[in-house]
Design a protein around this ligand. Structure first.
Ligand code: PMP
Length: 445
């Protein structure tokens, strides 16, 4: 069996200089996987294979690859205005995009700070949270709280509040004064839940316990993904986010939702905050913001957070933070065209409409060999396999290989299979995807 999708047209030497992220480089260069094109649901290779992309790139290509409107907008913008300094000046598209995104967010969330990635969005959100308390004369509030299994990008801030041990291991001391809530997955209580599990809301009370240990008046913010993504697709237990919100309110703690994955339609609404009816103080987003076409992220803030910065002298910089490419014109053009595409094609509603089909197809794998849990929400799913004793990750890798041989790209996080297709996936493609996984499972030992 081969995992190679394509005979690379590149020689080994031509591949040497590029140090790939998140990748076993030596293994990759011996057996490269290279795509040369993409359109809609499919990547293509130089030899003409069409590979179904069941991960929407990396949870980002919500409207499918190479959406024509987005490609055109980027092209036009590159010839009209390629760049404007982000120091004391801007351009019209940035304002229009900010207005349109904030209009989709829950009531009260009415400003956005633009950045270039999810990692930057998270680090920015954590800095805004601390600076918010500082601006209100409450500078003792610096402690940050994340959650086990959380993923918040690879910056030092995001890594510090994240809860995936393998990511944190090699980088020395991270931010101090950080605690973690427990994750909400429990194989005995909530395996095979459909959508949000009924069990687990009480786990939010661990925040109350941290407030008792540390004194709530030292805590700046709590950050969670409303649906844990990279940690294995864990939808929040019913009532859990509401309880976090209540505890934060009681103690003056800011609540941050990291919606880098859930933003822009992934669970059938603009944001998970809309879908779950819980309004945080800050929302981070990226990925689907431009349909993955140009790097961009954003930090949405509630009016009361924004306004706390606007009380000093008008000539003073309110937040000494930003990036060379904040609100980049090409990214803004791509962002506006992505929103047009989502709207015209009704993709958020489509995601909501098709998610029962998705859920049924995913849960039809219950009872297949080695399947110990299946989780889903919107167009997200995870199928967890029991690890082979002494060979963790082997079963996940075998399913991945089988799917690739059948021209379907999924993701295996160890022995958990993760799926997040473009929101344009058809019923027939859903059937093919889960049928292929079922075949792979039947052949496992
Ligand atoms: N937060 C979450 C919830 C994410 O899923 C990701 C990326 N998978 C990030 C932050 C980091 O985004 P980026 O890779 O764009 O820095």
């Amino acid at each position: 069996m081969t995992t190679t999708l394509d005979e690379a047209p590149l020689s080994r030497e031509a591949m040497e200089a590029f140090w790939l992220p998140f990748t076993a480089n030596r293994q990759f260069k011996a057996n490269p996987r290279i795509f040369t094109g993409a359109r809609g649901m499919y990547y293509s290779t130089a030899e003409g294979r069409q590979v179904m992309d069941a991960m929407a790139g990396l949870w980002c290509v919500n409207a499918g690859h190479a959406a024509p409107r987005i490609a055109d907008a980027i092209k036009r913008q590159a010839g009209a205005l390629d760049y404007v300094s982000s120091f004391g000046m801007s351009h019209p598209l940035a304002f229009t995009l900010a207005t349109r995104i904030t209009a989709m967010a829950p009531q009260g969330i009415d400003h956005i700070f633009f950045v270039n990635s999810g990692s930057e969005a998270v680090d920015t959100a954590l800095k805004i949270a601390r600076a918010y308390h500082q601006a209100r004369g409450d500078g003792r509030r610096t402690r940050l709280i994340g959650r086990a299994k959380g993923y918040h990008g690879m910056g030092f801030g995001g890594l510090s509040v994240a809860g995936i041990a393998r990511h944190r291991r090699d980088f020395g001391p991270l931010l101090g004064d950080v605690d973690h809530l427990p994750h909400t997955h429990h194989p005995e209580h909530n395996a095979f839940s459909r959508g949000r599990p009924a069990w687990g809301a009480h786990l939010a009370d661990e925040l109350e316990a941290l407030c008792q240990i540390h004194d709530a008046s030292t805590i700046a913010a709590v950050i969670v993904e409303p649906v844990t993504g990279s940690g294995g697709v864990l939808p929040p237990p019913v009532g859990y986010l509401e309880r976090l919100r209540e505890i934060c309110d009681r103690h003056g703690i800011l609540l941050i939702f990291d919606e880098v994955i859930t933003g822009f339609g992934r669970i059938g609404a603009p944001f998970a905050a809309n879908a779950f009816g819980v309004t945080p103080d800050i929302i981070t987003c990226a990925k689907g913001m431009t349909n993955g076409a140009v790097p961009m992220g954003g930090v949405l803030v509630h009016r009361r957070v924004h306004d706390a910065f606007m009380e000093g002298a008008p000539e003073a910089v309110e937040l000494m933070h930003g990036y060379t490419y904040s609100a980049h014109p090409l990214a803004c053009a791509a962002g506006l065209a992505a929103l047009d595409t989502y709207q015209e094609e009704g993709l958020f509603a489509r995601c909501a409409d098709i998610s029962p089909v998705w859920e049924a197809a995913a849960h039809a794998l219950q009872g297949k060999p080695h399947v110990v849990d299946i989780r889903n929400i919107g167009l997200l799913a995870a199928i967890e396999l029991a690890p082979r004793p002494g060979a963790a990750g082997e079963r996940g890798a075998a399913v991945l290989r089988h799917c690739i041989d059948k021209d379907i790209l999924i993701r295996a996080a160890g022995d958990t299979l993760v799926l997040s297709p473009p929101l344009i996936i058809s019923d027939a493609e859903i059937e093919r995807l889960f049928g292929t996984i079922a075949e792979a499972l039947s052949g496992l030992n």
